[in-house]
Design a binder for this molecule. Structure first.
Ligand code: PMP
Length: 438
């Protein structure tokens, strides 16, 4: 338990009790339950711009933005209008629409490595399908992933490292038979020598390597440029498909995703496949996976790899996603968002330093992370050495002051274009008060 859990949150408490009676843990996705930080989750009543209001009517500056999708803030007028118009035309048809084609055209234009794509409804579905397709296209079974990277909750991906490179992973969830993860090799993020060893041993049997290029599920950890370069080289050399999971980073860190950030340092850099979600739906259930034409043509109905979905390419979701992409494609959008996000991280770093608190942070575009430690960690094991009681005190103090960060230290944070310089200042001031013991 935590000594600094926020005071009375009456209506939130009542709702949480009702929720817990019927929904496991009172939530429909585990991290919302405040299990790591303790205390009562805030039930959201409504949201607008950079803020949401809880069931007690208290306002928070929102640094989660639905865990990434809300890059324009909540209720951005052109997006709301597009959704309202779409709703009146029908919720779902189960037949193709022009809007799906438009969204596909928009994505292909913005992400050059994607020649074809398929729309689905969640990031989990997209990465699960991408892996099936990679296996189908290569005729190989093994996959490589990295410790601390999350690619949704498909069985074969809920896995932690085995005891050595010759052994494959162990399930991280009950209900996943060991046989289902026996083809998943889990490696340490940013560890080049281990990567080389793994390819020497298993490269010829491996279908794909899936990676979060900037990992947002162990707070915020970048794949180093030399590490990413080596991933690309080894995949090419061994005929392994390089799959970028950009569910979080896509249209969040840059208009071209994290792959465009790596292409600045590695000329000609491209993954073979990309998984997208979050921002492409603008807050509606929408995700996608795409890649080279040769690989994507292996998918049903053209090819032998099966994949389908009743609500895939949903007309309301695609309207929301398209309107969002059009707004973020406007000139200067990412420069302004990146600048605002950097000002948050530098402000927090400054006030922590003034108080003599170990602190470091990093950001790219509208995605950021910070750690109550001296130096940015490079892998999951180091992230997990963070002082979690200290983070929990920080989290609850900020919550009290009306600032909502992710309720766990291994999550990234998100700034939207609706966050003003005043919102950032208020946030930094709240942190300064906490660090100074006020
Ligand atoms: N991949 C990454 C990188 C993610 O961050 C997430 C979700 N946070 C997923 C996949 C799964 O997406 P979803 O929750 O939409 O299933």
């Amino acid at each position: 338990t935590n000594s600094n859990i926020s005071s009375d949150t009456s209506r939130n408490t009542v709702l949480f009790e009702r929720a817990r009676a019927l929904i496991p843990g009172g939530v429909n996705s585990p991290v919302r339950a405040f299990k790591a930080v303790g205390g009562t989750p805030r039930f959201v009543q409504r949201a607008q711009g950079a803020y949401f209001w809880d069931a007690d009517g208290k306002r928070y500056i929102d640094y989660i933005g639905s865990w990434g999708p809300m890059i324009l803030g909540h209720g951005h007028p052109p997006v709301v209008e597009a959704v309202q118009k779409a709703v009146l035309e029908g919720f779902s048809y189960g037949a193709p629409t022009e809007r799906e084609v438009e969204l596909a055209e928009e994505i292909v234009k913005l992400v050059p490595s994607i020649e074809m794509l398929r729309l689905v409804s969640s990031g989990t579905e997209a990465s699960m399908s991408a892996i099936r397709l990679a296996r189908g296209a290569t005729g190989r079974s093994k996959i490589i992933k990295f410790e601390g990277c999350y690619h949704g909750h498909a069985d074969a991906l809920l896995v932690k490292a085995g005891s050595g490179l010759a052994t494959f992973g162990n399930p991280t969830s009950a209900g996943v038979p060991p046989e289902v993860v026996q083809h998943t090799l889990v490696l340490e993020y940013n560890h080049i020598a281990q990567l080389e060893e793994a390819f020497a041993l298993h490269g010829s049997n491996t279908a794909c390597l899936i990676i979060e290029p900037i990992a947002g599920n162990m707070n915020f950890v970048r794949a180093s440029v030399p590490f990413m370069k080596r991933c690309r080289e080894l995949c090419t050399q061994h005929g392994v498909l390089l799959v970028f999971d950009e569910v979080m980073t896509g249209f969040r860190v840059a208009l071209g995703g994290a792959q465009s950030v790596y292409a600045r340092s590695i000329p000609g850099f491209k993954p073979d496949m990309t998984v997208l979600g979050k921002v492409i739906g603008g807050g509606m259930p929408l995700a996608a996976f795409g890649g080279t034409r040769a690989v994507m043509e292996q998918l049903a109905p053209l090819g032998p790899v099966y994949q389908a979905g009743t609500l895939s390419g949903n007309p309301v979701a695609t309207a929301c996603g398209l309107a969002t992409l059009r707004e973020i494609s406007k000139p200067g959008f990412y420069e302004a968002l990146g600048e605002r996000t950097r000002s948050l991280v530098s402000g927090l770093t400054r006030v922590a330093a003034q108080a003599g608190i170990p602190f470091c942070g990093d950001s790219e575009g509208g995605m950021f992370g910070f750690f109550l430690m001296e130096k940015l960690p490079q892998n999951y094991a180091t992230v997990m050495t963070t002082d979690s009681p200290a983070f929990n005190r920080f989290f609850h103090a900020m919550l009290d002051k009306g600032v909502y960060y992710a309720p766990a230290l291994y999550e990234a944070g998100f700034v939207s274009s609706a966050h003003t310089a005043e919102d950032i200042e208020a946030t930094v001031e709240a942190a300064a008060q906490f660090f100074a013991g006020r």
